[in-house]
Ligand binder design. Structure first.
Ligand SMILES: Cc1cc2nc3c(=O)[nH]c(=O)nc-3n(C[C@H](O)[C@H](O)[C@H](O)COP(=O)(O)OP(=O)(O)OC[C@H]3O[C@@H](n4cnc5c(N)ncnc54)[C@H](O)[C@@H]3O)c2cc1C
Length: 536
């Protein structure tokens, strides 16, 4: 892209789930759109979630019925339109004698939740006695167990892939994208936004009628002088990823932490187990957020209290991750009581500048629809009906298409690899097959344990905007989220980038070292130094 000031209807700052959804909604509504992302797509809060697509059972207690209803409707949308990424998932809610919510209160919540999920495709709830719950969750504490509930929500194993697909849809329909490029200032002329300046892979200025600041926890920093008051009051939420253990639940366990009553999840995820989360006010740079030792102790202690049958899991921690909830600024009061509803803030002194506060992975599309409604005053020609309602993401497969692609994949690869490609890429796995037809090298696996195809590296670099090994492993092929945090394949991936001419030797070495450093600092994994291998 040239450094001359290009002109757009809308510039979206931030390539997390919300920026991606808004850009897609806007471009499909006929607007010209530029997305600018400081780092990589889905590298912020969107990659730090509990990875649930849910109505938010606990929001019922805060009387946020509208939010629950909207979230449940969006859950249904995603189960249909991104069915390769979003799957129905069972949740168990145990009730103990000392629980804050009695069994009847849980039952009442379940009835309301079912009622608000009109037209849902997942099963309704059922109440379980203590024996039934213990049978379903063998490692669950039995002492004082009074029974509980089983209900269904949904899980998205890799929101990273959903963000990539939303952007893919936007770009396929005309949006422009710049990653590894930060917006450094927003220009205002005569009280109206006029342009943004950006620096990074590309340097320059782009003009637009409307600028959407969807930079999540960075919203205040990006809005700069145009915000009259602080918009975001970030809270840190942390998770630990645990290796599979004896008595790993067959569904998510949703409980309250015994020490402080906060919501607490133990979720089977990606062949392992995710435990979280915490909720503490945070002041630092969102890019540096990590799980603190105190949070690690808290999460392990609460898991032990809830699932004593699992034993001591402290030696089973694979890695951790943390993110900042971009919640509305509220200097005091309980963190858990701050609304999870999104707010579209119109800046008074800069007409045409909107900042997004809050929101959830689940409701990204509803947020985008709301944003486009607000933009009608700038673009009266916008369609009344959302173009994304019932619109499949590019990777979504209809059952027949899925069978056909699955057959093509299994005729070429072993069943485990074929299944992984379908789960990660959906319909985009067809493109990997085409690449494998172009070169025999592309169908090689880079390490047996990762099962990662050379074609995946080529695809990530050539068609999915990945620039570095962190982008490729953490947010494209998802090998970085496996138990070894991608350390087992990063050297081989770097070697292949050199061999394929996708990276020069010194840059590949730098990327390997940056990957190891990032995993150590941000994921809390101790890593060995990069060994110079013969090929390098
Ligand atoms: C612990 C935790 C658990 C959660 N669990 C769930 C869950 O299970 N289900 C659910 O529905 N929701 C969940 N959420 C909420 C959800 O993750 C967030 O609401 C959502 O991801 C926010 O997305 P976003 O696009 O607004 O922000 P982000 O994903 O943070 O994206 C903002 C982007 O802006 C970019 N940016 C910053 N500054 C600039 C700049 N100057 N120029 C260009 N780009 C810039 C950043 O690099 C970043 O990529 C959870 C959140 C947390 C923290």
């Amino acid at each position: 892209m040239s450094s001359e000031a290009a002109q757009y209807d809308v510039i979206v700052i931030g390539g997390g789930i919300n920026g991606a959804a808004i850009a897609r909604e806007a471009v499909l509504s006929g607007l010209s759109v530029l997305i600018i992302e400081r780092d990589d797509l889905c590298c912020g809060t969107s990659a730090a979630a509990t990875r649930l697509i849910h109505g938010g059972l606990r929001y019922l207690e805060h009387a946020e019925l509208g939010l629950v209803y909207e979230s449940l409707a969006e859950r249904e949308q995603l189960l249909k339109t991104a069915s390769h990424l979003v799957e129905p998932f069972p949740f168990y809610v145990p009730v103990f004698a000392e629980s804050r919510r009695s069994k009847w209160k849980v039952k009442a919540g379940m009835l309301l939740y079912d009622l608000l999920s009109i037209g849902k495709s997942v099963p309704g709830h059922s109440m379980l006695n203590a024996a039934e719950l213990s049978a379903a969750l063998p490692s669950l504490r039995r002492e004082n167990l009074r029974g509980g509930a089983l209900y269904y929500d949904a899980q998205i194993t890799f929101p990273e892939r959903l963000v990539i697909e939303l952007v893919q849809d936007a770009v396929d329909n005309g949006a422009q994208l710049m990653t590894h490029t930060a917006v450094t200032s927003i220009d205002v002329t005569d009280g109206r936004v006029s342009a943004v300046e950006y620096r990074g892979t590309a340097n320059g200025r782009a003009t637009a009628k409307v600028i959407i600041n969807a930079s999540g926890p960075w919203v205040d920093q990006v809005a700069g002088v145009h915000a009259r008051h602080r918009l975001i009051g970030g809270t840190r939420g942390s998770h630990l990823v645990i290796a599979p253990f004896v008595g790993l639940p067959g569904g998510a366990v949703y409980s309250e932490a015994a020490s402080d009553g906060r919501p607490f999840f133990v979720v089977p995820w990606n062949g392992m187990c995710l435990i979280g989360t915490t909720d503490e006010r945070y002041q630092g740079d969102p890019a540096d957020v990590t799980v603190t030792p105190a949070e690690r102790d808290y999460l392990l202690a609460e898991t032990h209290r809830l699932l004593p049958g699992a034993g001591d899991l402290s030696a089973s921690v694979c890695y951790g991750y943390a993110g900042i909830r971009a919640l509305p600024y509220q200097p005091s009061g309980a963190e858990s009581a701050i609304t999870r509803r999104h707010i579209i803030h119109a800046h008074r002194d800069a007409a045409g500048l909107y900042s997004i506060v809050g929101g959830k992975l689940t409701t990204h599309r509803a947020l985008a629809v709301d944003v486009l409604k607000r933009l009608r005053r700038h673009f009266p020609q916008l369609p009344r009906k959302s173009p994304t309602l019932d619109r499949n993401t590019p990777g979504c497969l209809l059952p027949d298409e899925r069978r056909e692609l699955s057959a093509a994949l299994t005729s070429r690869f072993d069943a485990q690899l074929a299944d992984r490609l379908l789960r990660i890429y959906g319909a985009n796995a067809a493109r990997l097959l085409q690449l494998c037809d172009e070169s025999r090298e592309y169908s090689m696996v880079i390490t047996p344990r990762s099962g990662l195809l050379v074609a995946e590296l080529v695809y990530a670099k050539s068609a999915q905007w990945a620039q570095s090994l962190i982008d490729i492993l953490q947010r494209r092929c998802m090998a970085g989220l496996s138990a070894d945090a991608g350390l087992g394949c990063v050297d081989a991936a770097g070697q292949w980038l050199i061999r394929l001419g996708l990276s020069d030797r010194s840059s590949a070495l730098e990327q390997i070292s940056a990957y190891r450093d990032w995993v150590r600092r941000i994921r809390g994994v101790q890593t060995a130094t990069v060994a110079e291998s013969p090929l390098l």
